[in-house]
Design a protein around this ligand. Structure first.
Ligand code: SF4
Length: 632
């Protein structure tokens, strides 16, 4: 790494809220091996947080890291990684999340690549960062406010062009499922809102007026034109009932011109909201099937989650679990103080969320997170979980029994690895559209094959009925995703594996390295860049192992994938996948073979240079990856 730091700002801010000490760290100390974003945040976590540190201990750090491409004009580069000891995991452990919008690029525009928060304030406080001016201010008058009230206060105080992160009442009350929310309605899970609350940190407000240097600005302009063209997908949107909620336009993050499902929506009563993915559909299955329920209820349910800062993925799992408990007779209205027959109504969701966020009544148990509900209700409570409920943010989305290529991706992460799953699912979604009607998408079986071979590194990776090539595909997807999360690029946009607008319709896996070299001036090809991903993946593996991860038990996806055949899927109702020929293959009733998975797992260990029997990292592998500090 040269001394010239085009791309990076060059410094990281460290604030101890306990003794009010403010330090500056040099980014280049970390960037030469870990790039930025998730990579640097993971390294800081490894250096600063002991396995014995608890999530709410003053020594736990909340680490926010942007990457070298943020705020440079690169498209889809407005994100930031958040890493900390997660109170939502059971047991507590290393976890990561990701959040976009405006806060991350404006942290860079203020001159900071990242922010480390440690210690505990003796009273509620918030941070105000304006370029080099760093203030720790009293939040006595802000404590107790929900997200939307706080947003109004900050807009009145500082104007609309200031950007903030906050946590609502759930975070203040250390609910283990509390989120951190950004001013334009992005959020990060992992229970990091509770860590913020434990530090008595209500918000971080940022503004700045510089921009990171770009080594080759003209070349970047051309690359941006190319990537915008390649990624243009026209009218593809989330499938929402149009009579209830209408798409009214983009809700883009800073400097992003990509087509994106992040959008503005208008409800039937005229309410305007910003929604993306799961947060849009969270309460729909219940609200839209309840007779006479106003259509706005589904939208307002997410509004309440945002206002309290409760994770909408966890809330959806809680709703499913509650229903299962009631159906079996394990819980009733008396035990919960909730009227289950009203599920789907506004009254039901507002009472449930208020109970959790305020830790009232039955909400006290749920505020400890669904993964700990047995501590209050006994072991039987876990019998009514969704089968996938093993970790943070888990759902059945893109499950391994449906797409076997996802099996190892799920198996090796401490949370739902959504950024990796998107690499697979977006390509499959475009192929599924082509199967319905080639006019909807050019991604035919032939294009799928070409793209999968190119990006996943094996000439059989595209056949999702076979286990061949899936260990290599896993490694490729992991390395690329760790780079993506470190640069920091958005997983709604990257990688560009296929294109609706080029003559051969196949994407380009070298775009990220071209962008990196253009912005930073450092020459790196695709292979060299992905080596950073391999290093960061191994660093995370070593943290997990130190914190008690046991490969013999933990390197597996949820057990139901090996036992229960797939019978339905919301996004793939026909249950078809690309197979050995041009024709789609039905995978109805498919499930994973434990034996074949284990063979694939050993092949993967070998590709990683790990011991094929134990899954532990070998000394020579760590040496090769320039990770001497991990060698015992
Ligand atoms: S693709 Fe969408 S979510 Fe990603 S940076 Fe662009 S606007 Fe934001």
């Amino acid at each position: 790494m040269t001394k010239k730091m085009a791309g990076w700002c060059g410094k990281i801010l460290e604030i101890n809220l306990g003794n009010r000490k403010i330090k500056t760290l040099e980014t280049k100390v970390y960037a030469s091996r870990f790039l930025g974003g998730r990579g640097i945040a993971t390294k800081i976590y490894a250096d600063k947080i002991k396995p014995s540190t608890k999530a709410f201990d003053p020594e736990n750090c909340l680490i926010f890291m942007t990457g070298p491409l943020g705020a440079t004009g690169v498209q889809g580069a407005s994100r930031m990684s958040v890493v900390s000891k997660s109170p939502m995991l059971n047991p507590e452990g290393f976890c990561y999340g990701n959040l976009g919008g405006f806060f991350p690029p404006f942290l860079k525009k203020a001159g900071w690549d990242g922010l480390i928060i440690t210690g505990v304030s003796d009273h509620p406080c918030f941070l105000k960062i304006n370029n080099d001016s760093i203030e720790i201010l009293s939040a006595d008058d802000l404590w107790g406010h929900g997200f939307y009230r706080l947003k109004k206060i900050f807009e009145n105080r500082y104007g609309k062009n200031n950007y903030f992160l906050t946590t609502g009442i759930a975070g203040e009350n250390k609910c283990r499922n509390a989120t951190i929310n950004s001013n334009n309605e992005g959020s990060v899970t992992g229970g990091f809102g509770a860590v913020m609350g434990s530090k008595k940190l209500k918000a971080i407000v940022v503004n700045g007026d510089s921009s990171p240097q770009v080594a080759y600005p003209e070349k970047l302009k051309k690359l941006n034109q190319l990537t915008i063209k390649m990624s243009h997908r026209g009218t593809l949107r989330m499938p929402v009932p149009k009579q209830f909620i209408k798409y009214t336009g983009k809700a883009s993050c800073y400097q992003c011109a990509f087509d994106c499902i992040r959008g503005k929506f208008k409800t039937s009563s005229g309410q305007e909201v910003i929604r993306k993915c799961q947060s849009l559909v969270m309460y729909m299955p219940w609200a839209y099937t309840r007779p006479n329920e106003p259509a706005d209820t589904a939208v307002e349910a997410t509004y309440l989650c945002n206002d309290y800062s409760l994770c909408s993925m966890e809330v959806m799992n809680i709703l499913v679990w509650l229903q299962n408990c009631y159906r079996s007779g394990f819980l009733n209205d008396d035990k919960t103080g909730l009227e289950i027959k009203k599920i789907g109504s506004y009254d039901f969701i507002s009472k449930l969320l208020s109970q959790i966020a305020n830790r009232q009544g039955f909400g006290e148990a749920l505020a400890e997170g669904l993964l700990r509900v047995d501590l209050f209700l006994g072991k039987e409570a876990k019998n009514y979980f969704n089968e996938n409920m093993l970790s943070v943010g888990m759902t059945d989305a893109y499950a391994p029994r449906l797409y076997n290529i996802n099996a190892l991706l799920y198996a090796l992460e401490p949370r739902q690895p959504i950024a990796m799953l998107h690499e697979v699912s977006y390509l499959i979604a475009h192929w599924l559209l082509n199967q319905i009607n080639p006019k909807l998408s050019p991604t035919s079986s032939e294009i799928f094959r070409k793209a999968a071979t190119l990006f996943w590194g094996h000439d059989k990776a595209w056949d999702l009925t076979s286990y061949e090539g899936k260990a290599m595909a896993t490694k490729k997807i992991q390395d690329r995703t760790y780079v993506k999360d470190s640069l920091v690029l958005c997983d709604s946009a990257w990688p560009i594996m296929d294109s609706f607008n080029t003559s051969n319709h196949v994407g380009d896996p070298t775009l990220e390295s071209q962008l990196f070299s253009t912005v930073t001036g450092l020459k790196n090809n695709e292979e060299e860049l992905n080596l950073y991903g391999e290093r960061i993946f191994n660093l995370q593996r070593s943290i997990l192992l130190k914190e008690g991860w046991n490969p013999k038990e933990d390197d597996f996806p949820a057990e139901y994938n090996f036992q229960k055949p797939v019978t339905s899927d919301l996004f793939n109702p026909q249950l078809i996948v690309p197979g050995p020929t041009e024709e789609p293959v039905s995978i109805k009733n498919f499930f994973l073979s434990k034996e074949k998975f284990t063979t694939m797992q050993q092949e993967f260990y070998q590709l990683r240079g790990w011991d094929p029997e134990t899954g532990l990292q070998k000394k020579e592998t760590l040496e090769k990856l320039d990770l001497p500090e991990l060698i015992k």
